[in-house]
Design a protein around this ligand. Sequence first.
Ligand code: SAM
Length: 317
Amino acid sequence: QSGDARAEQIPRYARVNTIMWTLDDAVKYFISQGLVLGAPLESIKAFAKDEHILNLLLFPPQTTFHDDPAYKSGKLILQDKASCFPAVVLAPPARKDAVVIDATAAPGNKTTHMSALMRNMGKLYAFERDRKRFGTLTMMLSKAGCKNVEPVNLDFLTVDPLDPKFAQATHILLDPSCSGSGIVNRLDHLLETEEENQEAQEDRLNKLAAFQLTMIKHAMKFPKVSRIVYSTCSVHATENERVVRAALLSDEALGGPFHLASRDTVLPAWQRRGMPVEMTDPDDATSLIRCMPGEDATNGFFVSCFIRQHPNPVAAL
Ligand code: SAM
């Protein structure tokens, strides 16, 4: 099956931006437009509530929103289901004194999602190193009404974890650049590359994995961080389980070691988990989430969550 054919089977997902709208009002809005809640998605007039992600709606795959006033005003954010998992797993606190970091933010889908989960309270620093993508990020933040986000046009790796401005961060989201191999309309290209030049591809994946590991290790240096979510839209173990496995062996953490959050705090209702053969302790795979393109009604995706029970008592002073 071609990537395009698979893309045609993925529902059109739209997240209700709860900073500006409620799920109930969104449902009423679509019903008033003649859509039927809960009808089979094969019907062009159908829509549904997602069973795993609160405030996420599903529409038939061919649905377009470009002229929809709710989309144009920022009330509705077009975001694949799997890409909603990281913010939900991170569960950033909705408190006035919350300090949270999105290390790799543009275009801002997950940043706006976190901002909504924080109910626009506290502080969310959103780093993006690319100047042009930073511009897209700031536009998206303003369109979505995110007032608790401070976008920062910096390379996350240059940020000093002990800088008083950022050292209070307790939650970090890391969704760094990856091969993108899980994105369905890129799958055909992936197969061609695999056949044509296996060696070059392995080399590229190893370079990406080294960068991804460096990013996780840097996040682990923030003295008060107790929860780090690492995600990719890759299907390769090299960028997923193997990076997580290496990060668990890292001794970079300033405030004690990290381990994986247990399955019951990492979308327990989601059935597809990580690959046991890739982990030092095969049981750790149940803590990891995978999505298979074409099989899970999403793009290919991977989510992991590191936690630290006892932040460094010295750093906490
Ligand atoms: N989380 C975003 C979303 O959901 O909309 C998508 C992030 S995209 C996969 C990765 C982003 O990280 C790119 O925009 C890239 O420019 C940025 N990036 C890569 N390395 C970075 C670094 N060291 N510091 C800050 N941003 C970085």
